[in-house]
Write a protein that binds this ligand. Structure first.
Ligand code: M6R
Length: 614
């Protein structure tokens, strides 16, 4: 996840910026840079680690004001040119977030004579600022002050941002602003810090002001003034941070996994931001290198993945078959690579991998490509190995996932699969504009629905506590909820070490029912949809064997509580989308169960985040 930092004070800025960036390293990054203002802007950028950046800095950089950035690539490769700060003549900017309308803005700016050096969305901010400040690409004299230029620029941006801006002709002034991206100001003694999170300056000050959405702040002469979107002054409260550095890295959460579960409300939004039009019922995936003609003639999809990503792939199978009418197979990388697949017709391979580095997935995709299949990757890591070996890449934009248990990477993979299936369905004439509009309208509400589940997590925690001593757990679901049952079981076993099995609910009577006792919790995903009545029958079968049933059900379902022991509620959404919400419930159930059992949640025994060996 990108991180920004800023310093305005009386000490040399460069060492403070470097130190602040080091404190943000835990967020994950692929390149970094700083810009210090003395009599002019001095910018230093590189790929790699902060120590690499440090090693290219000249001795004794003068200037007591500067900005810095750690980049987690979303638009454009992780290289020096794409790393921040981005400049437009005497303007420098660092940015965390996604500018959704950057292509349109870029086109206009190019038309106005601006020359783009990078592939990033951020560079449009630098040129827009310049254009407002100087009246155009060849403007020499100022047409307004810097804050006016910032305000005019922000009004043109769609998407999310936390920015820090310097201007060569405004020595001593830094402007910061935010919308839907974290930004906090640290108040020191005659010095002010700005950053994406407090860890970056906690060694200097514990007095912080949290910047709110649509606010702009002017930092100069050891003080900071805040303004709302209309330019009215805002009085802000200072908070004293009591956390230690380790807690602050987790934003106050006890574990990265819990932090990442909470981030899903914004990460799923980032995944679809700028890619869907619910007004027209369309999905825009410009990065997809497949023609409409190829999509129409596709005879089969072969999904390859491992672990949680494989579970996401199973959801994809239901979606591609139901929405787009394309036969879809889902294989684990480790099986596909040693199999003898029959490849005939136009087969599209989709590799799903959070890290982009899983050895089995990479080997299987290489195999599929050697059979002549076109291949696309759904991944979270820009520049990872898979992105260099594939025809098209769809990034999930979840931000770095540090907990070994996949959470936000799973739900953002699901969002990507929904978008892809819907796009294919529309091109193949299998879905009406009306149906796709309804689905996209519901998709847009998913972040808010996730937030409702998070706000109500105490009920899930209590349920986890009640059954934390269980020796076995079962998870059952039908149709799209079957892979979610598999994922719920995987989450529970990997972090709580409880034996857990996921089953298609209709399969229980073919064997597993023999294992149920009055001590076995069975989590039944029983959300409203075309298999709901069948799920109720399965729940009754389970209850008849005296097992404990925990249902995941819709908020407005008053029937379910008659048949089960505990109900964990999710908001009512489009039937196809409810798996995303159920996943969040099951992640929290696993998390709180592991917490109750005192397990090592972020680093479970025997497991690695990325399995780069066979
Ligand atoms: O990086 P990938 O998505 O390729 O990783 C695949 C699996 O190793 C991964 O999903 C694993 O199953 C998760 N840690 C489970 O939470």
């Amino acid at each position: 996840m990108c991180g920004i930092v800023g310093y305005v004070g009386e000490k040399p800025a460069a060492p403070i910026l470097i130190d602040s960036l080091k404190k943000l390293e835990y967020r994950g990054y692929d390149s970094a840079g700083i810009c210090v203002l003395n009599d002019s802007l001095k910018t230093y950028k590189t790929t790699g680690k902060i120590v690499d950046l440090e090693s290219i800095l000249p001795q004794g950089i003068e200037g007591t004001i500067g900005i810095g950035h750690t980049r987690w690539a979303t638009h454009g490769k992780p290289n020096t040119v794409n790393s921040h700060p981005h400049l437009s003549r005497d303007i420098a900017v660092v940015h965390n977030g996604i500018i959704e309308n950057y292509l349109e803005l870029k086109e206009n700016l190019i038309g106005d004579g601006y020359i783009f050096k990078s592939e990033t969305d951020t560079e449009v901010i630098a040129h827009l600022l310049h254009s407002h400040l100087y009246g155009g690409s060849d403007g020499q004299s100022k047409k307004c002050d810097l804050i006016t230029a910032v305000q005019k620029t922000l009004r043109m941006l769609e998407g999310s941002y936390a920015i820090a801006v310097l201007c060569g002709s405004e020595p001593g002034l830094m402007i910061i602003a935010r919308k839907d991206s974290p930004l906090v100001v640290g108040i020191g003694d005659g010095e002010i810090f700005a950053a994406s999170d407090v860890t970056s300056f906690l060694q200097h000050t514990r007095n912080v002001v949290f910047v709110d959405d649509n606010e702009v702040a002017l930092i100069r002469n050891g003080s900071v003034e805040f303004f709302d979107a209309d330019g009215n002054p805002v009085t802000k409260e200072t908070t004293k941070i009591e956390w230690d550095i380790e807690a602050a890295e987790k934003a106050g959460y006890e574990h990265f996994m819990l932090k990442e579960i909470h981030e899903q409300a914004s990460s799923v939004h980032d995944t679809f931001a700028g890619k869907i039009s619910e007004m027209e019922g369309t999905v825009i995936l410009d990065e997809l290198n497949i023609s409409d003609e190829q999509i129409r003639h596709m005879s089969r999809i072969e999904i390859i993945a491992c672990g949680t990503s494989w579970n996401a792939g199973l959801v994809g199978k239901y979606l591609f078959e139901q929405l787009a009418g394309i036969h879809t197979d889902v294989d684990t990388g480790s099986e596909f690579r040693y199999g003898y697949p029959v490849v005939c017709g136009e087969v599209l391979t989709i590799a799903i991998t959070q890290s982009g580095e899983t050895a089995d997935t990479l080997a299987a995709v290489r195999g599929a490509r050697s059979y002549g299949c076109q291949a696309i990757a759904i991944t979270n890591v820009v520049g990872s190995t898979i992105t260099r070996e594939i025809d098209s890449v769809l990034y999930t934009r979840a931000g770095p996932e540090i907990g070994v248990a996949a959470t936000k990477s799973f739900t953002t993979q699901l969002i990507t699969l929904y978008m892809l299936a819907l796009k294919f369905a529309r091109i193949r004439g299998k879905m009406s504009a009306e149906d796709s509009k309804n689905l996209l309208v519901a998709l847009k509400k998913i972040p808010a629905d996730i937030q409702k589940i998070l706000n109500n997590k105490a009920v899930i925690q209590e349920c986890a506590r009640q059954f934390a001593d269980a020796e076995d757990y079962f998870f059952i679901g039908r149709h799209l909820n079957y892979p979610i049952a598999l994922e719920g079981a995987l989450k529970l076993k990997e972090i709580s070490y409880i034996h857990a099995e996921g089953y298609a609910a209709g399969e229980l009577k073919h064997g597993p029912l023999a294992l149920l006792t009055d001590k076995t919790p069975v989590v039944a995903i029983a959300t409203k949809g075309h298999t709901y009545d069948k799920m109720l029958s399965n729940i009754k079968e389970v209850k008849a064997r005296d097992a404990i049933v925990i249902a995941v059900a819709n908020k407005d379902d008053t029937e379910i509580e008659k048949y089960v022991d505990v109900v964990l509620r999710i908001p009512r959404t489009h039937e196809l989308l409810s798996p995303i919400l159920s996943s969040v419930v099951l992640q929290l159930l696993a998390y709180y169960t592991a917490l109750e059992r005192g397990c090592s949640i972020d680093k479970p025994r025997n497991l690695a985040k990325s399995v780069t060996v066979e």
